[in-house]
Design a protein around this ligand. Structure first.
Ligand SMILES: [Zn+2]
Length: 156
């Protein structure tokens, strides 16, 4: 259940999923495990039909210490995105204006960076950025434990 096979910079973890009752080979980046701040790390493996997630808890020696099944999955996709611009700034809810202006200036930023411009708390900016994202004016990428927001069209 917990044997790891090394292939260059990824590690293939062999495990068993109780959801689909199948043996699985799960590839995880070696760097992610090696550079983790604490162990075990959790790695979510999305698979199957219907889709479900098996969460693997992996220690620093690439051994699986435990697994957990998540039976429902939601995937967040930004709908059609309208790039944030000066016209949108006029009709955006007033409480988001300073955040939106900071994003127009920074183009790409996380809540902490926006907070240094607006003078608000990163937690507040995180909420505001999330709201502006849901309005469809920003794109976002999850990087480890935080979101990086960007003006649409900048990435990709
Ligand atoms: Zn499964």
């Amino acid at each position: 259940m917990s044997k790891a096979v090394d292939i260059e910079d990824t590690v293939t973890l062999r495990t068993y999923c109780h959801g689909c009752k199948q043996d699985l080979n799960v590839m995880v980046s070696r760097a992610i495990i090696d550079n983790a701040k604490s162990y075990p790390i959790s790695h979510a493996h999305l698979h199957g039909n219907p889709a479900h997630i098996l969460i693997l808890y992996v220690d620093s020696q690439y051994h699986i210490r435990g697994t957990e099944l998540s039976e429902t999955v939601t995937v967040e996709r930004s709908r059609k995105v309208t790039p944030l611009n000066a016209m949108i700034l006029l009709r955006i809810p007033p409480r988001y204006k300073r955040t939106a202006m900071a994003m127009l200036k920074l183009h790409q930023a996380n809540a902490r960076e926006v907070a240094t411009i607006t003078g608000k708390k990163p937690k507040v900016e995180s909420y505001y950025l999330g709201s502006i994202f849901r309005l469809g004016y920003l794109e976002r990428t999850r990087i480890k434990n935080f979101y990086q927001y960007s003006l649409p069209g900048l990435v990709g």
